[in-house]
Every structure is written in C-alpha cells, then in structure tokens.
Design a binder for this molecule. Structure first.
Ligand SMILES: NC(=O)c1ccc[n+]([C@@H]2O[C@H](COP(=O)([O-])OP(=O)(O)OC[C@H]3O[C@@H](n4cnc5c(N)ncnc54)[C@H](O)[C@@H]3O)[C@@H](O)[C@H]2O)c1
Ligand SMILES: N[C@@H](CCO)C(=O)O
Ligand code: NA
Length: 436
C-alpha cells in the first residue's frame, strides 16, 4: 500500500439487521480492511429512517442522516451499500448512486429479481460495479462461484434450499410431527419468521433468489415473474409423514434447470415443496441453514452450505463484496457486468418434467388398483412405485410416478379426485433428487 493512499468513502443506506452489522464490521475491522484493500475504507454516512430509533450498533457521531438521496449524491462517496430492502426507494437510490459515479453493493434480492436489468444497465453505463452476493443464501458464497469460478463451465442445474425460515418450519414438522401452524409459531417465537411471514412461507423470497440464480447460471435474464412458485402453507403433517414412510423428507426447493426446448435449451425455474430422499445431500440441511447444489458439465456436482440469513452472516457477504469493489476502484477497473448473452427462453411450468408422489384413500375392493393405474395411463404418466396399506374397508395407495410433464401429472390428480372409488387424495407432492 502506498503511504497515505486516498481513502475510499462508504455510505451505508439502512441500519437494520444487516446494516447495523455492516457498520459494526466496517468500524471494528477498519485496519484489516485497509490492509486488504490497499487504502483506508472510511464510513462517511449512514442513512436511516429515524435518527432516534434503537439500533444494534453505535454509529459514530455525526454520520447518521435521514437524507438518503443527499448522501448518495455527495461528490466524495465512492461506495454505496444498500441494505434498506424493497423496491422503492432502494431502486432510485441505487440508480442515483451509480449515476453519481459510486460503485454499489446490495443485499436486495426482491429488487434484483424484479428489475435487475435496469440496475445492470445503469451500472454498465456508469462503468461501475454492482455486486450482490448477500442477496442469495446470505453468507454462503454462491453468486461469485457462478459468476466467476464456473464461468468456463456449463452449469446445467442449480437446486437449493435458499430460505431459512421455511427450512426451519419443515425441519420442525419432520422432527416433531408438528403441523404447519404450530411450527410457524415456534419459528416466530425464535425470531426466524417475521410477524407477516408471507414472503418466506409463500415462497416469494425463494422465488426471487431462484430468478437471480437462474440468470447467473444460464447467462439469461430471468425475473421473479418467470419463476413458478408454491409455498409451504399447504404442507400438512400427513405429507411429512408420508415422506418419512418413503425414506424422504419435505424441503422447499428452488430448482433452476436447463431443459431441451424446441429451439435449443430453455431455462426452467421453480420453487415448491418437494420430497427428497434422506440420502440426498440437501436432506441433511437442518434448521434455518441454506445449501445450494450445483451441477455442471465439467465440474460435476458441487455443494455450498452455511447460514443463509441473519445480520452478521449477511454482513459478511456484503463486506466481501465491498472489499472487491473497493479493490477494483483503486485499480481503476471493474468486475464483469451482467452476462445475459445466451438469452434463453423460459419453459412454462406445465411443460416442465417433474415426478409426483400421490397418496390416495380408496375403497379396498377388486379393480381399485387397476382403476387408479388407468388414471395415470390416461395421461401417459408412467408409475414408478405403488405401495398399498389396508385399513379395514379402506386402503391407502401411495403412488410415485416417473418424470412426466407437470401438466399431465396435475391432470392425473384432478381425474383421481373425481373418481368414485377415491375417497380422498390425502397428499400430492413433487419428488426430486432421485432417479427419473
Ligand atoms: N436479514 C437477513 O437475514 C437478510 C439476509 C439476506 C438479505 N437480506 C436483505 O438485506 C436487506 C436489509 O434487510 P434487513 O433484514 O436488514 O432489514 P431491516 O428491516 O432490519 O432493515 C432495513 C432498515 O432500512 C431502514 N429504512 C427504510 N427506509 C429507509 C430509507 N428511506 N432511508 C434509510 N433507511 C431506511 C429501516 O428503518 C430499517 O432499519 C433486504 O434487502 C433483505 O432482503 C437480509
Ligand atoms: N427471510 C429470509 C432471510 C434471507 O433472505 C430467510 O428466511 O432465509
Ligand atoms: Na450469498
């Protein structure tokens, strides 16, 4: 480092769970950051909504401001960290920061998944960095591996547990037999789930992350609206028990795949609960942890595991990005921008091939098994396994299909629901992570 190198000035927008930890690390590790970057990284402002709000960190005297727009417009600010979240004012602030010549680090998956291209274009025009490792799976390095380490390989599939709250709830349901509401209540008491848990339990958070993962993995623009989404609020204790009987466990998965389409490979991106075998590496991801499983042509299978949420873990990813963009800044360069050259189409969910697990309560009499098998055959869906358990005059049939189009499988279930011999379809869930 050259003696007296000019300091790089950082503005932090938002001082909540993540922002307060970013401020803490920036302050506590100032000397190490200086050594690693090659110049002092100096915190010059922290934008907050209310000056007198209680905070998890003591912000140095005079740095707090309620004028975020004024802060990002300052001539001396080199680096802006956006940890406010949501669409506005985060988007306008990031665009203003880039236009003003700052490099930007954000953790905002909702914004990136909704309107990433606008931000990437602004970064390209301004010739500045826009980094966002914290936006997917918190502390786990997954975006940089996709963007850089695997840039010479062909990624074919990304399968992830990318929401800690829902993984905690499903893990609780699996380990204790609790129902969804009871497990959600416990997640709220422990501070994993928010008072309004919609974004997590209905899969919106995971779908935003899936869009970001698919865009990077397949060099295409995939937004949240391209991702098929089902949450976990309909998962019952019976589904979880049925999975257990099969040696499987229910997880909320984000699945991004390259699938053959009429004009070359297409991108399929979906978020839904699925049964996976207990022997699958993702089955051992417990509590609120996250993990992302990547398959690529040359590397084979890779797995990334760790804390996907929480103030300090997320701030770790933010700081990692901050060091990188600061180094780039000092070297007068920037990292690779958006890579969307492949421009792949998104495959509609109905055409995506999946497998189903269907548990059906039926009358226990001759011909019932054949009738159920025929319903699958009517939609050209091949059956992989059938298990039957007698229950007096009733029987329960558990059918697992081979891979078929999601539309055909869903039509099969509709037909089963309308059959006289079917008393109730007690569990329908997609199956992943085994042989097709
Ligand atoms: N908490 C996590 O575990 C986690 C993990 C990964 C990514 N993220 C992302 O990080 C971002 C921040 O999340 P968080 O958990 O810290 O949220 P948070 O709600 O704890 O903090 C956001 C803060 O921004 C402040 N704010 C709102 N509007 C503002 C404005 N106009 N100007 C200045 N401050 C304003 C709020 O008062 C609040 O303190 C979000 O994009 C979130 O998705 C969070
Ligand atoms: N609510 C998210 C936080 C990180 O995005 C989760 O539960 O994983
Ligand atoms: Na990450």
């Amino acid at each position: 480092m050259s003696e007296g190198a000019k300091s790089l000035k950082v503005a932090v927008l938002g001082c909540g769970a993540v922002g307060s930890q970013v401020v803490r690390l920036l302050t506590e590790q100032a000397d190490d950051l200086t050594a690693r970057v090659g110049a002092p990284v100096e915190l010059v402002g922290v934008a907050v909504r209310r000056l007198d709000a209680p905070r998890d960190v003591e912000v140095p005297e005079g740095l707090l401001t309620t004028d975020a727009t004024g802060l990002v417009s300052r001539d001396d600010v080199d680096l802006v960290v956006e940890v406010i979240g949501g669409i506005e004012p985060a988007r306008s602030l990031i665009l203003a920061a880039l236009e003003n010549g700052a490099s930007v680090v954000t953790a905002n998956k909702a914004l990136l998944a909704e309107d990433g291209p606008t931000l990437f274009e602004a970064a390209a025009k301004a010739e500045r960095d826009l980094y966002y490792e914290a936006a997917v799976a918190g502390a786990i390095p997954i975006l940089r591996p996709l963007r850089e380490s695997l840039a010479g390989d062909k990624v074919t599939r990304v399968l992830g547990i990318v929401n800690g709250t829902t993984n905690f709830i499903l893990d609780k349901m699996d380990s204790s037999g609790a129902g969804f509401s009871e497990a959600l209540e416990e997640a709220q008491q422990l501070g994993y789930a928010e008072a309004d848990p919609t974004a997590d339990v209905e899969g919106f958070d995971a779908a935003a992350k899936a869009a970001i993962l698919a865009s990077l993995a397949f060099h295409s623009r995939v937004t949240a609206s391209d991702v098929y989404r089902e949450g976990i609020s309909e998962v019952t204790a019976a589904d979880v028990a049925s999975a257990r009987d099969m040696g499987s466990v229910v997880k909320l998965l984000a699945i991004c795949e390259l699938r053959p389409g009429p004009h070359g490979d297409q991108v399929a991106a979906r978020v839904h609960p699925a049964m996976i075998p207990r022997s699958h590496p993702l089955a051992s991801v417990r509590e609120a942890y996250n993990a992302v499983f990547v398959e690529s042509e040359a590397a084979g299978q890779l797995m990334f595991y760790g804390p996907g949420a929480g103030g300090a873990p997320t701030a770790s990813a933010v700081l990692g990005d901050l060091v990188t963009v600061a180094r780039n800044r000092l070297a007068g360069t920037r990292g690779a921008g958006e890579s969307a050259y492949a421009d792949r189409a998104v495959q509609p969910m109905g055409e995506t091939r999946t497998r189903y697990h269907v548990a059906i309560d039926v009358d226990d009499r001759a011909g019932v098994l054949a009738a159920v098998a025929n319903a699958f055959a009517d939609h050209d869906v091949s059956i992989q396994t059938v298990r039957q358990e007698g229950r007096g005059a009733d029987a329960q049939l558990v059918v697992v299909s081979h891979a078929a189009s999601d539309a055909a499988l869903s039509a099969t279930v509709d037909q089963l629901r309308n059959m006289d011999i079917v008393r109730e379809v007690t569990s329908v869930m997609r199956v992943e992570g085994g042989d097709e």
